[in-house]
Each structure stands twice: as structure tokens, then as C-alpha cells.
Design a binder for this molecule. Structure first.
Ligand SMILES: Cc1ncc(COP(=O)(O)O)c(C=O)c1O
Length: 392
């Protein structure tokens, strides 16, 4: 059996209930939701609204219409960032963000939005005092990841939310890596906006995501078009979720996402978190025993999500990744992980790292097999370098 350690890119496998939900859509509800009054359209609308309600409940969102479906977390982040920021506004972010935050911000910077990037420590952790120093009276938005996709570092999002609120700024959380894998209660955490991937920890299919928008926060839409509502008017409806859901939705994917969320809810995000923490601890402890391996990030499972980055001395990340895949059937992601600034923070730019990212379906036995493979790779790399340090 192949070993899939690339759940931070997209999770695999998906629960059988997700396939069943896709099947249900295609066989019983294949219409376009909200567009017609016939039964297939109504059935499709019901699938979409059920999924919205399940997602809302999962993140403790009182009003489901404040969950907007998107194609992925990138789409959700763009909707929040472009929907809020105007020339003259100031935005604060951190140096470990994914390009789905960095690229929109850098693009807006060219049209007069001021951007401050707070440097994180080399393990990806954030110094809250530095964040506090960066916030100004014109700061409209603070945006941070919840869990780094490179080293897994978890951000103190409750504290950041408090800091942003005290300074009259809104707080957008990039929860691409944590939704479904770390408990998130938006009320309790005091988050204003949160971008979710539907296809990573939430275990839905690719092409799904969502944005949570707190009551009282209004965003300009990214797109305008048909919504199936208010059709007599040529202007965009102004009510949620329709204002941000122009065009035909990915109904099959959204139905699958609803089934996936129910699956994760039944397990419990806290149980998923504990499982991934166990795998991370096991991997880090094993890697520490292998000469020639450098681990990046906190190196402490309590401080990171299910993501671990490392390098093997004498092998480039892509060499190590290729051997893991071709010789051992272990799928990992290597390189810069769409986060060049994060790698600059770690000191691993431009070659990057090897990243293992875990999900609910990974096991301790798989981690053991991968550690054995890495022992062999490190030993080979040491021989290649002519360094006789191998003791394993
Ligand atoms: C931290 C982070 N933010 C955003 C994204 C973008 O997510 P999506 O692939 O759903 O667009 C990713 C994807 O890996 C990510 O890791």
C-alpha cells in the first residue's frame, strides 16, 4: 500500500460517505440549485443548504448564511482581502503566510494598500509584541494563518483576535491547514473572517472551500452574476450568501463536503487533533534519532498541526522526495510549498524542505515505515558525501 503523507496539499483518502454523497447528487438531485422550481433543482438546493448548516454548526456559526461557499481556501482569502481593503488601508500579516495571502496583498500594495509583514521567529512562531507594534490607526485588517503549511506552527489566534479587536482592526484567519484537524469555534476565538479549504482536513473533494463572515462585517463581492435570486434586477443582490455566490455552485463537491463534515464531527476535531499530534510526536522523536536529519519548526507536537518539515544532509529535498516516492511508495511534498516567505523565515529558501503532512487515515505503522526509509536515505546521503557518520 502506498503511504500518503501529503494531506496538507489535499487529503487522501476521502471517507466513503463523501463518495456516496456525490453519487446521491448525480443520481437523485442533478439540477441547478435555486435556478428552477422543479424537483431536481429543489433537491440540489437542499443538499447545498444542508451542507451550509453542517459547516456552520461545526464551526459554531449561529447564522448559516454567514458561510459562503468558495472553490478553495485561496478563493475565500481573495474574497475577504479584496472585499475589504481599499487604497490607503493598512494590513498586517506575518512572514510565514502562504502565497494565497501574500500574492493578493502584494498585488494590492501596488494600488496603494500598505502592507506590513511581521517577521516570525525561525521556528515559525509569532512574537505578539511585534504584531502589536505593527498595528497602526489605519490598520483595517490583520491576517494570519492558523497553522503553517510548511512547519505546522500554530498561531495564537485567540490572542491575535483580541489584539486586533482592541485596535479596531478586523482579523482574517487562514484556516486552510486546521479546519477539520484542530477544533475551531469562531465565537469563542473572536474571529471576524475565516477561510477554509474543504478538501484538506475537512476531507471533502478538491474544488471546495468556504469563507465565514462575522455578523456586522460587509465585503464587496469579487464577482457579480446570476444567483437564482432577485432575478428581476440587473444589480447584485446584497444579502448573504447570494451576494458572494454568483454562478453555478460546485453542488456535487458541496454535497460531498457536507458528508465529510458530518464524518469529522462524528469523530470530533479534538480526536483528529490528538491523533495527528501522536503521529507528529512519533515522527519528530524518530527523526531526532537519525544522524544527518534537520527538523524545522517548533519540534513539539503541542505547538504544531499535522505538518513536519525536515531535510536530509547531502540530499536535496527533491532528491529525498523522489526516493521516498519511487523506492518506498511514500508520497510527500518537497520544495517551497507555495510559501517562499516562510522558507526565508526558516532559512530554507530557495531549495525548501521535505514535508510530511498527516491526516485522520494515517497510522503509527506508516510513520514507522517512513522512519526506516529515512534512515536508509540518510545513510545513503552520508555515504554520498563521504562522511562516515552512519551508525544505524
Ligand atoms: C496555509 C494555506 N493557506 C491557503 C492554502 C490554499 O488552499 P487551497 O488549496 O484550498 O486554495 C493552502 C494550501 O495548501 C495553505 O496551506
Amino acid at each position: 500500500m502506498p503511504i500518503y503523507f501529503d494531506n496538507a496539499a489535499t487529503s487522501w483518502p476521502k471517507p466513503p460517505a463523501v463518495r456516496a454523497a456525490l453519487d446521491e447528487y448525480f443520481s437523485d438531485a442533478g439540477g441547478n440549485p435555486g435556478r428552477s422550481g422543479h424537483q431536481m433543482s429543489i433537491a440540489a438546493a437542499r443538499l447545498v443548504e444542508n451542507s451550509r448548516e453542517w459547516l456552520a454548526e461545526f464551526f459554531n456559526v449561529k447564522d448559516p448564511s454567514r458561510i459562503v461557499f468558495t472553490h478553495n481556501a485561496t478563493h475565500a482569502l481573495n474574497l475577504a482581502i479584496y472585499g475589504l481593503l481599499r487604497p490607503g488601508d493598512h494590513v498586517v500579516t506575518t512572514s510565514i503566510e502562504h502565497n494565497s495571502v501574500m500574492r493578493p496583498l502584494r498585488h494590492l500594495e501596488a494600488s496603494g494598500v500598505q502592507v506590513t509583514v511581521v517577521p516570525c521567529r525561525p521556528d515559525g512562531t509569532l512574537d505578539l509584541d511585534r504584531l502589536d507594534d505593527a498595528v497602526r490607526p489605519r490598520t483595517r485588517l490583520v491576517v494570519t494563518t492558523h497553522g503553517s503549511n510548511v512547519v505546522g506552527t500554530l498561531m495564537p489566534i485567540k490572542e491575535v483576535a483580541e489584539l486586533a479587536r482592541d485596535r479596531n482592526a478586523l482579523y482574517l484567519v487562514d484556516a486552510a491547514q486546521t479546519a477539520g484537524a484542530v477544533p475551531i469555534d469562531v465565537q469563542e476565538l473572536g474571529i471576524d473572517l475565516a477561510a477554509f479549504s474543504g478538501h484538506k482536513g475537512l476531507l471533502g473533494t478538491t474544488g471546495t472551500g468556504a469563507l465565514y463572515i462575522r455578523e456586522g462585517v460587509t465585503l464587496r463581492p469579487l464577482m457579480r452574476g446570476g444567483t437564482g435570486s432577485d432575478s428581476a434586477h440587473e444589480t447584485q443582490p446584497d444579502f448573504l450568501p447570494d451576494v458572494h455566490e454568483s454562478g453555478t455552485l460546485n453542488v456535487a463537491g458541496i454535497a460531498g463536503l457536507g458528508a465529510a463534515v458530518r464524518f469529522v464531527r462524528e469523530i470530533g476535531a479534538d480526536v483528529v487533533r490528538a491523533h495527528e499530534q501522536k503521529l507528529v510526536s512519533q515522527l519528530i522523536a524518530g527523526l531526532r534519532r537519525i544522524p544527518g536529519i534537520t527538523i524545522y519548526g517548533p519540534g513539539d507536537a503541542t505547538l504544531q498541526c499535522g505538518v513536519v518539515s525536515f531535510n536530509v544532509d547531502g540530499a536535496t529535498p527533491s532528491e529525498a522526495g523522489l526516493i521516498l516516492d519511487e523506492q518506498f511508495g511514500i508520497m510527500a511534498r518537497t520544495g517551497l510549498h507555495c510559501a517562499p516567505s516562510a522558507h526565508r523565515t526558516l532559512g530554507t529558501f530557495p531549495t525548501g524542505t521535505v514535508r510530511f503532512s498527516f491526516g485522520w487515515f494515517n497510522t503509527t505503522a506508516e510513520v514507522e515505515v517512513s522512519l526506516e526509509a529515512l534512515r536508509k536515505i540518510a545513510s545513503w546521503a552520508a555515504r554520498k558525501r563521504g562522511v562516515a557518520t552512519w551508525t544505524g
